[in-house]
Ligand binder design. Structure first.
Ligand code: ZN
Length: 76
């Protein structure tokens, strides 16, 4: 597997959402010490950290909630 293919998988790898096969492929590749992927993974770690810190579950007040539910129930 090439570095360019793995590049798309760093975030998913960190979040633990890859298939076992892909996760193992990324892990093995990193253990071989590829400098390109190490740097990429470092950046991906920052992105994942930022995302998990900034994303909060949305809370709607009851007025907006009932409006949203009405819209969702409306037939197109
Ligand atoms: Zn690599």
């Amino acid at each position: 597997m090439g570095c360019q293919y793995l590049e798309d998988l760093y975030e998913l790898y960190l979040l633990g959402t890859l298939s076992e096969k892909d996760s193992a492929a990324v892990g093995e590749h990193l253990e071989r010490g590829c400098p390109y992927c190490r740097e990429g993974l470092r950046e991906a770690t920052l992105i994942v950290c930022l995302l998990t810190q900034t994303v909060r579950p949305a809370r709607l007040d009851s007025k907006h909630k009932s409006r949203l539910l009405r819209r969702l129930r409306k037939k197109p």
